[in-house]
Design a protein around this ligand. Sequence first.
Ligand code: HEC
Length: 108
Amino acid sequence: MVALVLALSAIALSGAAATDVNAKATVLSGDVELGEYLSAECVTCHRLSGDYDGIPPIVGWPVEHFFAVMLEYRHKKRPNPVMQTATSNLTDEEIGALAAYFAQIKPQ
Ligand code: HEC
């Protein structure tokens, strides 16, 4: 299943890589199933309910904002070492998928 999802996203991406605009649109319409798969690590810290328990909630965010914040950690423009590590191995496509997955969860 995961392999299928990865294969499908690879096809989607290779088709849309023609321009930066298309690439960005592809990233921002990320694959929710891939995002759910990748989110397993994130939800060991971040609560899916949207509750704040010392770690900020990340559900229900606009996709573009989520994506921008994740890139800030990956580029070490935001100082938090935990999140710098959590984002260091993620591709733009994977961050787009995470953004799409967390965006469609409603805080309770
Ligand atoms: C080990 C615990 C931990 C893990 C795992 C983790 N995070 Fe975080 N995350 C944090 C903490 C702590 C902060 C607050 C960092 C700060 O103050 O900048 C944070 C901040 C964030 C923020 C910004 C929140 C805000 O309000 O500005 C986002 C978005 C985020 N994490 C997404 C993720 C995603 C997506 C994953 C999985 C790839 C993930 N995190 C994995 C602990 C974690």
